[in-house]
Design a protein around this ligand. Structure first.
Ligand code: GLC
Length: 480
């Protein structure tokens, strides 16, 4: 293992702790500017799965940020996009990182990829001690494999329910739905009413049901909320074949053709959000908080009519899937000092932007920061009578490690076949269980009833510093 500092490759034997420490010190000195980085024209490549995520002009801002970096440091950045879906992105990033010679220096790393890419990426822990102290431990753990920080947490995200404020008002609802039962009732009633008003193609509830990672995120929320566990539990038990998970898939299948259009089973996330935002023919949509926060300020139709709230609760819990991206540094990078410089720069800049955004939001949308909105949300969830937990759930990527992609593909295939009516849920769950045993070698067991971390404890849903300026999706609830 070694690092390239400028043009000189410094290697250390694994056992030589002192050499390691000297390297880290050297590195820190360089990064703190005591030995200015060479202004020779080094260009680092940054492959960025989030490149197209921003629905607003902010993509330009991101490029401005990279220009600022170049101006400040003299280091150029080649900013490269990736394909649209998570599984295709992983294929590409893995291929690029493994090809060795012209590997990208910095890669965006989806929160579920660290186990798959841990061999290709450097341990960033020794270099980011200060930053790590302000990053939520649960988020940092998602990027850690066997003690190694495979990527620096950059943007965190959680699943949320988008809803049309104008329509809720039209049908006399003071608050968005808190449970799946309420969502079904409200979606069905609004759909019926809107169709009667002439919108024949109106549907109550839109969600990305294509066979992709987005479906894993959605279906995990359905089943955790009903007590159906996390597919594979943190202790390594494969729990997916249980009656609560099965019922939650059946419930979703029943939505199709009732409150959700038949074409949901082919909607990827970007198709779904575009349909919800721009066609405006549905009342509710399951998406990501960050998408909303990036678009609400700049797309007037979104600002005027759309809000977000927590994913509805089932009989056991309210659960939102943890998403987001970190920044990883390739082990074969020939410019690792410069690449690390870029990672730190982006993380620090993100913190500043988050602060500015929080300030802007609190001035312009005081209700986002209204603690009573959070209290109202908590109260109404307590009123459903059952003992509920509210929180964020991680996909089983840490426990599945390098096998996560196979696990997720098998899960997607099983749930999708139930949604399409090609298999019955009990059989699909039983055969998925066998498949997961084959893939992982783990044993089967019951779902764990462990508490999921609360959204509040994860803090802000986007940004490099989730511990600061805490807010939750529920805080965005108030109907104007
Ligand atoms: C979002 C999330 C990411 C997730 C993907 C699924 O981009 O940030 O973690 O894997 O959606 O499509």
């Amino acid at each position: 293992m070694g690092l390239t500092i400028g043009i000189c490759k410094v290697s250390w034997p694994r056992s030589t702790k002192t050499a390691r420490i000297v390297c880290i010190l050297l590195f820190s000195l360089i990064l703190h500017g005591e030995h200015p980085l060479s202004k020779e024209s080094v260009t680092v490549t940054f492959v960025d799965p989030e490149w197209s995520h921003d629905l607003t002009e902010h993509t330009v801002v991101a490029d401005d940020r990279l220009k600022d970096f170049t101006q400040e440091t003299g280091i150029g950045v080649k900013h490269l996009p990736t394909p649209e879906t998570t599984l295709d992105q992983l294929d590409l990033v893995r291929k690029l990182l493994r090809q060795g010679s012209s590997t990208p220096d910095v890669s965006g790393v989806d929160v579920i990829w660290p186990g798959v890419l841990s061999e290709e990426l450097m341990d960033l822990k020794p270099y980011l001690a200060t930053e790590l102290s302000s990053i939520n431990a649960d988020v940092a753990a998602s990027y850690t494999v066997k003690g190694k920080l495979v990527a620096a947490p950059y943007h965190s995200d959680i699943g949320v329910l988008f809803y049309r404020r104008d329509l809720l008002r039209r049908y006399g609802y003071a608050t968005p739905p808190r449970t799946w039962d309420e969502l079904e009732q409200m979606a069905a009633r609004i759909q019926k009413g809107e169709r009667a008003r002439g919108q024949k193609d109106f549907w109550g509830f839109l969600w990305p049901g294509a066979a992709g990672e987005g479906l894993t995120c959605n279906a995990l929320e359905w089943q955790v909320s009903e007590g159906g566990g996390r597919i594979i539990e943190a202790d390594g038990n494969i729990s997916v074949n249980n009656p609560d998970a099965i019922r939650s898939w059946q419930r979703a299948a029943h939505w199709i053709g009732w409150i959700s259009p038949p074409f949901v089973t082919s909607l990827q996330e970007w198709d779904a959000i575009n349909d919800f935002y721009h066609r405006g023919t549905s009342a509710f949509y399951r998406g990501w908080a960050r998408t909303y926060l990036l678009s609400v300020r700049d797309i007037p139709s979104v600002r005027d009519t759309i809000a977000i709230t927590s994913i509805p609760a089932g009989k056991n819990a309210q659960a939102a899937t943890l998403g987001g991206f970190g920044l990883g540094l390739s082990r074969s990078s020939r410019h690792s000092a410069e690449a690390l410089h870029l990672i730190r720069f982006l993380i620090h800049r993100e913190i500043e932007i988050e602060e500015a955004r929080a300030d802007y939001e609190s001035r312009n949308w005081p209700e986002l920061y209204d603690p009573t909105a959070i209290l109202r949300a908590k109260r109404s969830s307590a009123e459903t009578g059952k003992q509920q937990v509210s929180g964020v759930v991680a996909r089983p990527s840490t426990v599945a490690g390098e096998k996560y992609e196979e696990v997720s593909r098998a899960y997607i295939q099983a749930v999708h076949s139930v949604l399409l009516g090609q298999s019955r849920a009990p059989e699909a769950a039983a055969s998925l269980e066998r498949e997961l045993v084959r893939i992982t070698g783990f044993k089967t067991g019951p779902p764990s009833r462990n508490r999921v971390p609360t959204q509040k404890s994860l803090g802000r849903v986007s940004g490099a510093r989730p511990a600061a300026a805490s807010t939750t999706a529920s805080a965005h609830d108030s109907l104007k």
